[in-house]
Design a protein around this ligand. Structure first.
Ligand code: AMP
Length: 584
């Protein structure tokens, strides 16, 4: 199996507009986290607070009048907040919490759309010493209940329609003491449910000054629930110290510069939406675009144009959906401000990396990390050559390896478990109330990520799949990603998901599910054509034995194709926790 099927995309040796990380190898060799720690502002007592770093610090440095947030609502409403306004609003919310008797370490959850108030609430909670837990607004009652119950959240901040959606579970949560409702539409004010509090009224009375509740670097800051292969989702808990890595990766992996306008398409309900939708951009002092609406190809290009976005962080599914609408569309917009485009969350197929060059004049820079790592760990950098299909190279200061089941490191070119030497600044600190499960993720000083990967001789990491997704067919290990990437190259294929289907002879055979691009119809002839196409690209041992054409693939709410679910359906098994699935 050759790892590289596509041409390397070379970067100029000395770019005119030099990126933040100019020389990867030299920086990595000389790296010391203490240098990064000196670049941020510690509190006078030596403490560290993510909200202070992201917001107040810029005010203290004389940049309070700079716009921090350019918000556009789903109905075209617009609001702008400077760093000083963000400071005041988050202070107000910290005061609201303090007045309600909320104390250090209490969990404050949000269940909100991407409206400015979610940012004030999260930063306010962090200033008040609480653990903030943003929940994705598309969740239904059960996943919300599971998470609020497990975390023992004391306060929930939500909005009227979302409050109504989960009305039945609120009385079932004994630890939940307060529900604060943000009603952005003052004119159509619904009466509050008995016991609920009105955000607007509380905030009007709250002071814009707040003395931070002493935070040390080790105090818990944020928690995000993440689904495993088994059991209910578990709460990965982070600490304020993560801000060091958020800041550094914002600068080095996303090439953020203080004069930039930045757009991260992730929702704060997912870790990308907090680490890279709150912490990294604002600690780097940029102006951030927040768009409340969902995916729409034309609208997205419009946002990039209208806000003169310089740095854009998005996800492979979105990129593939943009590809579906064609490379001609972005060319009808003025995207001349765009300097850097990055992607995370699932494998980015090489065609998508290259499509960036065609459509927006630059490749998409894939990077790898996960809820538990808290920040970017492996990345393609502005200054470094890209091998399309690779996740890139480790962040300086982060030491991944490929290990076997016993925790022994494997040489270059050998597939195995992707692991990272513990610790690093943004490493998760526990799974909430599940310490044993947390401990089980570490072997021989390695954190085992649950992904399988391989490193090539030049230090690039290549994703293969989740460790439980890799297919063993007739003694050959086959990565579903590789097969999916091949299928996606066929002009009719929009998306592909590949699983191992049990087989009495070969142990498993490769089965592919594909959805088609607009204008293609399923047929036996097309299925045969795809089989032949894949065989030609991959050889019969690796190519799918079976291809099934389905209208769309099941995806998590954050857009990952759920091979697990395809497999469960194929085998007629219980489909497990589907709470992160997209709605039909
Ligand atoms: P989450 O914790 O939900 O952010 O999911 C993290 C998982 O998404 C990782 O363990 C990988 O399986 C997958 N993932 C994230 N980024 C990438 C990437 N760049 N390439 C391939 N898989 C990725």
């Amino acid at each position: 199996m050759t790892m590289q099927r596509h041409e390397t995309i070379r970067k100029p040796a000395a770019p005119g507009d030099a990126p933040n990380l100019r020389d990867y190898d030299a920086t990595r060799a000389a790296f010391d986290w203490a240098d990064a720690e000196r670049e941020i502002d510690w509190l006078p007592d030596g403490g560290l607070n993510l909200a202070y770093e992201a917001i107040d610090r810029h005010v203290a440095h004389g940049n309070g009048a700079k716009p921090a947030m350019l918000w556009e609502g789903k109905n075209g409403e617009k609001e702008t907040y400077t760093y000083e306004e963000m400071r005041r609003e988050s202070n107000r919310f910290a005061n609201v919490l303090a007045a309600l008797g909320v104390r250090k370490g209490d969990r404050v959850f949000t269940f909100m759309e991407r409206v400015p108030e979610i940012y004030f609430a999260v930063f306010g909670a962090l200033k008040a010493g609480c653990v903030a837990g943003p929940l994705f607004s598309a969740f239904g009652p059960d996943p919300v209940k599971d998470r609020l119950e497990d975390s023992g959240a004391k306060v929930l901040v939500t909005q009227p329609e979302l409050r109504a959606k989960i009305a039945e579970v609120i009385p079932q949560l004994p630890e939940l003491e307060r529900v604060i409702v943000v009603n952005k539409n003052e004119r159509s004010k619904e009466p509050l449910a008995p016991g609920d509090l009105d955000y607007g009224a509380l905030m009007r009375e709250a002071s814009p000054d707040f003395a931070l509740i002493g935070a040390t670097r080790d105090d818990y800051s944020l928690m995000h629930y993440t689904s495993g292969t088994t059991g209910k989702p578990k709460g990965a808990v982070h600490r304020h110290n993560a801000v060091i890595q958020h800041y550094l990766t914002g600068k080095w992996c996303l090439d953020l510069r203080p004069s930039d306008v930045y757009w991260c398409t992730a929702d704060p309900g997912w870790v990308t939406g907090t680490s890279y939708g709150m912490s990294a951009p604002w600690t780097n002092g940029v102006t951030q675009v927040i768009y409340e609406g969902g995916f729409n190809a034309r609208k997205w290009w419009q946002i990039l144009q209208d806000y003169n976005v310089n740095v854009w962080y998005t996800a492979p599914t979105a990129i593939r959906m943009l590809m579906k609408s064609g490379a001609g569309l972005p060319q009808t917009f003025d995207l001349s401000s765009l300097r850097f485009a990055a992607s995370v969350g699932e494998p980015l197929n090489p065609e998508a990396v290259e499509w960036g060059v065609e459509a927006i004049g630059m490749p998409f820079h894939d990077n790898w990390w996960q809820t538990e790592t808290g920040g970017i760990m492996i990345a393609n950098y502005a200054s470094a050559d890209i091998r399309p299909g690779s996740m890139g190279k480790p962040l300086p200061g982060v030491h991944p390896g490929i290990i076997d089941a016993e925790g022994n490191e494997l040489p270059d070119g050998k597939e195995g478990n992707l692991a990272v030497r513990a610790p690093w600044p943004s490493m998760f600190q526990t799974y909430w109330r599940q310490q044993e499960r947390y401990d089980s993720r570490f072997v021989n000083g390695w954190y085992v990520t649950g992904d399988e990967a391989v490193r090539d001789a030049d230090g690039y990491y290549w994703f293969i799949g989740r460790s439980d997704d890799v297919i063993n067919t007739a003694g050959h290990l086959v990565g579903p990603f590789e097969v999916e990437s091949a299928l996606i190259e066929h002009p009719a294929v929009a998306e592909a998901g590949v699983i191992g289907k049990p087989d009495p002879i070969a142990m498993e055979v490769v089965k592919a599910f594909v959805s088609l691009k607009d204008g293609y119809e399923p047929s036996d002839a097309l299925r045969r054509e795809l089989t032949g196409f894949a065989r030609e690209k991959l050889a019969a041992a690796v190519a799918p034995r079976e291809i099934e054409i389905i209208p769309s693939l099941p995806k998590t709410r954050s857009g990952k194709i759920m091979r697990r679910l395809l497999k469960a359906r194929e085998l007629g098994l219980d489909e497990g926790d589907t709470s992160t699935l997209e709605e039909d």
